[in-house]
Design a protein around this ligand. Structure first.
Ligand SMILES: C[S@@+](CC[C@H](N)C(=O)[O-])C[C@H]1O[C@@H](n2cnc3c(N)ncnc32)[C@H](O)[C@@H]1O
Length: 221
């Protein structure tokens, strides 16, 4: 498959973490030119904006499914002092994220970690004050069960701002997993927002994502 052929169809047809590794190894170098710019994908910018609107002053945050680092980059411009780390399964995507810079020329990410977020996630740092994610909770990538893997990465009271593909949210039962986590006292009752994923003028304009906004309540076992 040529890089030009890579796009949403391929992204939505992956099934396993290994498929994801293979897809994004091939796509990393052209992901922004062939997809983000070409399709006027505004998801990273929208998640950064929701984060800035809802999360109070915090200092250490984590980008879940960092990709090429666009969400962290936009957030670093809205919250200039933030320490931002990132996790992703693809070393090739993380290599692109490493190059992203802030408005003042400093790198966006303090540290980037290769992690499979479908599994229990090793964390060498103190729990974060907030996590955010764009484009990674979608078909064949991360499902509702992965939300449990994220909670130990957060301090008590820490914020989650997680975008989820609309159809994936319905078909994989995110609402019932969120109910279970509330019942287990793992998270506060979430607010579910909606954002446009593409700019007006994009062929995909009108596609929306849900954004789960909640806080970690207490450790769950
Ligand atoms: C569509 S990209 C989104 C990247 C970025 N957040 C953005 O919005 O541009 C999805 C990302 O999820 C990552 N991913 C897929 N499966 C994963 C897994 N099991 N664990 C961690 N990251 C994963 C991919 O490597 C890829 O970088």
């Amino acid at each position: 498959m040529s890089d030009e052929a890579l796009g949403l169809e391929q992204a939505y047809s992956v099934k396993t973490p290994e498929d994801n590794r293979r897809l994004y190894a091939k796509w990393a170098a052209t992901y922004e030119s062939s997809f983000v710019d070409a399709k006027q994908y505004r998801y990273p910018k929208a998640i950064a904006q929701v984060f800035d609107d809802v999360v109070p002053s915090v200092t250490r945050v984590l980008d879940i499914g960092t990709g090429t680092g666009l969400t962290g980059m936009y957030l670093s411009r809205l919250r200039t002092g933030l320490v931002i780390d990132g996790m992703d399964i693809s070393p090739e995507m993380l290599a692109q994220a490493k190059l992203k810079t802030r408005a003042d020329g400093r790198v966006v990410y303090r540290a980037l970690y290769e992690r499979d977020l479908t599994k229990k996630v090793p964390n060498e740092n103190a729990p974060y004050q907030a996590l955010f994610s764009s484009g990674t909770f979608t078909h064949g990538h991360l499902g509702p069960e992965s939300l449990r893997n994220l909670l130990p990465l957060l301090e008590d009271g820490g914020w989650l701002v997680v975008g989820v593909n609309n159809e994936h949210f319905e078909s994989k039962g995110f609402a019932s997993e969120l109910e279970s986590l509330v019942a287990l006292a793992g998270i506060e009752r979430p607010e579910i927002m909606r954002i446009d994923v593409y700019e007006p003028g994009s062929v995909h304009y009108g596609d929306q994502a849900r954004v789960i906004v909640t806080r970690r309540q207490a450790p769950i076992t």
